[in-house]
Design a protein. Structure first.
Length: 76
């Protein structure tokens, strides 16, 4: 279940949505992909994955307003 919510986000969003989410994560000091979200230290090396129990938690970690799957089709 560790990767489930990250995979859902990745596969329910457009390319533009995914790029925006990943950029927001970087701006907030994290790296986000379809497997996990991890803090990025001062050295640029990602730390341990942050456990989440919902899609909403992923959005909360990067302080991004939650979007339902139907709202994730930027540019389409």
């Amino acid at each position: 279940m560790d990767q489930y919510y990250f995979g859902i986000l990745y596969f329910t969003g457009s390319d533009m949505f995914n790029k925006e989410m990943r950029q927001r994560a970087l701006d907030k000091g994290f790296t986000l992909n379809e497997y996990c979200i991890r803090p990025v230290g001062a050295t640029g090396i990602p730390g341990e994955s942050i456990p989440v129990e919902s899609e909403e938690e992923v959005f909360a970690v990067i302080d991004f307003p939650y979007k339902t799957p139907s709202e994730r089709n930027f540019g389409k």
